[in-house]
Write a protein that binds this ligand. Structure first.
Ligand SMILES: NC(=O)c1ccc[n+]([C@@H]2O[C@H](COP(=O)([O-])OP(=O)(O)OC[C@H]3O[C@@H](n4cnc5c(N)ncnc54)[C@H](O)[C@@H]3O)[C@@H](O)[C@H]2O)c1
Length: 162
């Protein structure tokens, strides 16, 4: 049985991913760690609350002491970081929380992965780290070789975490 830490699992994409992984595999135990910001919705996970392979923990990825204790106790095999401040417009009005959660929070998780020898860490990024595609030419695409060109505090914080 592999134990996966999913951060930000009460959000839009994370909650869908948790449904996906629990319905497709019996061999994963999922721990969903979420700070429950305005963007979270635990109602989206009600149907799996009693699943024996699922557990919810309320917490903040920025809190190093808490995160290190959690890694010590739970002994994860895999970490997938969905947790983020994710709304571009909010990042223009209040960039600081984007720096704290998206950059420092990722750093704390990476430090914990290093200390506790986690064999696999997935960072969920965004296409916005590459900037904007022009509308006039649909053949233009981003690739992983495209230079980073973030254009908002949100996308700059995601590029920094990458
Ligand atoms: N939605 C999109 O279109 C999109 C596109 C590309 C990439 N992404 C990325 O995918 C990931 C998930 O996006 P989403 O749309 O589900 O976001 P979301 O805003 O719906 O969910 C984010 C979740 O993270 C939690 N969270 C925020 N700060 C936290 C913290 N400090 N500690 C623990 N949990 C915290 C929130 O409570 C929320 O449940 C993000 O990393 C985002 O940057 C999203």
């Amino acid at each position: 049985m592999n134990k996966i830490l999913i951060t930000g699992g009460a959000g839009f994409i994370g909650s869908n991913f948790i449904h996906y992984i629990l319905s497709k595999y019996d061999s994963y135990q999922v721990i969903n760690l979420d700070k429950l910001t305005y963007a979270a919705n635990l109602d989206n996970l009600k149907d799996i609350e009693s699943n024996k392979n699922y557990k919810f923990i309320h917490g903040n990825i920025v809190d190093k002491e808490f995160i290190f204790r959690l890694f010590e106790d739970e002994k994860f095999d895999i970490v997938i970081n969905f947790a983020a401040e994710s709304h571009v417009d909010n990042s223009i009005l209040n960039p600081q929380i984007f720096t704290i959660t998206n950059i420092f929070g990722t750093q704390v998780l990476l430090d914990a992965c290093k200390k506790y020898n986690i064999k696999r860490f997935h960072q969920v990024s965004t296409d916005e780290v590459y900037g904007d595609l022009p509308l006039y030419d649909k053949s233009l695409l981003f690739t992983e070789k495209t230079p980073l060109n973030p254009s908002s505090p949100y996308s700059a914080s995601k590029a920094s975490a990458d």
